[in-house]
Design a protein around this ligand. Structure first.
Ligand code: SF4
Length: 354
């Protein structure tokens, strides 16, 4: 295969691209051709629909034992600005919005060495009690690995305990870039890409669906990005447990890394390549809180079909200087999707229309 149009035709005929073909597209295909192919795939799957969720983010602590170089959210124990919510405060945060028809609560935090295993179980139970019908999407694979090391429990044991306490799904954070060489430079204390994938495989085996991410636009190459996508595609072939892929643009503010972050073309190219390579992951997200609303709207034309949700209030990207609102109303979400030219469809965590 020697020209990008032949590779794009192969994509449009629903045939899988190889690593070499993906890299050929990156190098030789125009942004317009990539976008058109990715748009055609997303339209074939969902017509003109674009999904969004009425969700609430809860970041229960920013205290973290790790010090990832791209992270502006974490604080050392006792550092000024550090916080940890008690179970009662988490309950209050959920209860304060009981008058809103929230469908999903998204819970992640730092790796706080002072929190016991019971805290996590109690937190899930408290949220479940306040909101019996909400979907709880909580704790990244990094948090599961941290608890596993700390308490000598298997990933399977922790995930089963969490599921019994109210967990419905895992978010996709902590994947960053799987390349071991890059991880050493970006987040040396964090679990390996291999362990991240193993934890998601275990979750899928237990019927806990998960999302997946890639942090891009810092010091990685397109080879690193494509290898990351292919590792996700391989796992999805075995389990089918990933619901959505979220390409996360690196946020350049307030961290040690000092990289620039992706520009608009890189962002669109990444969304389009995600849709093209990940032929077995149902949804691709244009995450407005990290990319900005205008780029997320454009992303719907480059292969994305999901806009994320109301959030209120996003803390992680904003600690790193994300220049976006911290939350949106349901009316704003619908308006942004409509004005981008798509039909808004409200969904739950499992992408069922609500
Ligand atoms: S990215 Fe996560 S694990 Fe790394 S320092 Fe930030 S909160 Fe901690």
């Amino acid at each position: 295969m020697s020209n990008p149009h032949a590779v794009l035709n192969k994509v449009l005929n629903a045939r899988r691209v190889s690593r070499a073909q993906a890299l050929e597209l990156v190098e030789k295909a125009s942004i317009h051709d990539l976008g058109q192919a990715a748009y055609s795939i997303r339209t074939g799957l969902y017509n003109n629909q674009a999904f969004f969720v009425y969700n609430q983010h809860l970041n229960f602590t920013n205290v973290c034992a790790n010090a990832c170089r791209f992270c502006a959210f974490s604080k050392r124990p006792g550092q000024e600005g550090s916080y940890t919510l008690s179970t009662d405060q988490v309950k209050e945060a959920v209860a304060s919005r009981l008058d809103e028809p929230i469908d999903e609560i998204h819970i992640v935090g730092g790796l706080n060495p002072e929190l016991g295993y019971d805290y996590y179980l109690g937190l899930l139970r408290a949220v479940r009690k306040e909101r019996p019908n909400v979907r709880i999407k909580a704790f990244t694979a990094v948090e599961i690995a941290f608890l596993s090391d700390k308490y000598g429990l298997s990933h399977e044991q922790i995930l089963s305990d969490f599921a019994r306490s109210g967990l419905d799904a895992l978010p996709g954070g902590g994947a960053e870039v799987f390349s071991p060489k890059l991880r050493q430079r970006l987040c040396p204390e964090k679990v390996s890409g291999k362990t991240w994938l193993e934890i998601h495989e275990t979750a899928h085996r237990l019927d806990i669906p998960t999302n997946c991410t890639l942090l891009f636009g810092h010091i990685e190459t397109w080879e690193d990005r494509v290898d990351h996508l292919l590792a996700l595609r391989d796992l999805q072939d075995r389990t089918g447990g990933f619901l959505c892929f979220i390409p996360l643009p690196y946020q350049p503010g307030n961290n040690e890394l000092g990289a620039r972050g992706p520009d608009g073309i890189d962002l669109m190219k990444m969304i389009a390549m995600s849709r093209i390579v990940l032929d077995n992951i149902p949804h691709i997200k244009a995450y407005w809180a990290f990319s900005g609303i205008k780029a997320a709207q454009t992303g719907l034309w480059f292969g994305a079909d999901d806009f994320d949700g109301t959030i209120v209030e996003e803390k992680i990207g904003h600690a790193a200087g994300a220049d976006t609102p911290k939350g949106l109303t349901i009316e704003q979400l619908r308006d942004y999707i409509r004005s981008a030219g798509f039909d808004p469809v409200q969904r739950d965590s499992f992408f069922a229309a609500v």
